[in-house]
Design a protein around this ligand. Structure first.
Ligand code: DX5
Ligand code: ZN
Length: 218
């Protein structure tokens, strides 16, 4: 089994200066820096945009995993790619048309970025099976998107195993990423069920020993 990747998120960190400090502190332990982008429309809260991603890019070598919780992702993809994102994840629920979504996932790959697709807790895995061939990452939300510090939704376990079974059956080249409410106990269960990447907001950020927190999740 491959090593479980850990992606601490920017969501609990208040300022850009603190994000850069945080990235520096975790750079030898974390695998990715998960950048949570919120537009105040797709979700209630609002965070930073691509201009800040570019600043972060200039200050860290950690691969940037950009999670777009925005209503209209299409027009932003190029900007985020140019700002140095390595993975860009859009939400299934932000699209009215599957063709438009496929077009965006293809655009990401054409720009040299890994393509990610996220589903909210109430969206079933079955809805995205026909899209797996266009995706490098599937981000299963285990809390409602919008803020860190919420409780893990138990139904996520069955969604991860269902997706892992489909991944094996079709020999799909996707990485399964899970985001929200994850502590070490949950992380170990998710790994058993087929998760490849764990996003962590509050668990790692609020820990006194972040190196240990990352290793505990792994
Ligand atoms: C939730 C974000 C998450 C968040 C996770 O909207 O997408 O990435 O930072 O934070 P925790 O781990 O605290 O739930
Ligand atoms: Zn996220």
């Amino acid at each position: 089994m491959d090593k479980l990747l850990i992606a601490p998120s920017t969501d609990p960190v208040k300022t850009v200066e603190d994000i850069i400090k945080y990235a520096n502190e975790i750079k030898n332990d974390a695998d990715l820096l998960h950048c949570d982008i919120m537009d105040g429309k797709f979700v209630e809260n609002k965070t930073f945009s691509y201009d800040v991603v570019q600043i972060i890019r200039e200050k860290t070598l950690l691969p940037l995993d950009v999670h777009l919780m925005v209503e209209k992702p299409t027009k932003l993809l190029k900007k985020f790619a140019q700002s140095g994102a390595n993975i860009i994840t859009v939400h299934f629920e932000a699209y009215k048309s599957k063709n438009k979504l496929i077009k965006d996932l293809k655009t990401l790959r054409k720009m040299g970025v890994l393509s990610g697709l996220s589903i909210k807790p109430n969206t079933e895995v079955g809805e995205i099976v026909s899209l797996l061939g266009f995706c490098d990452f599937i981000l299963i939300m285990s809390v409602q998107p919008g803020k860190s510090g919420q409780e893990f939704i138990e139904k996520t376990y069955s969604k991860v195993s269902e997706l892992n079974k489909i991944k094996k059956d079709y020999d799909a080249r996707i990485k399964i990423e899970v985001d929200g409410g994850i502590n070490p106990e949950i992380s170990h269960k998710l790994k058993e069920l087929g998760a490849d990447v764990i996003v962590s907001g509050s668990y790692v950020y609020s820990s006194n020993d972040r190196q240990m927190a990352i290793s505990n999740l792994r």
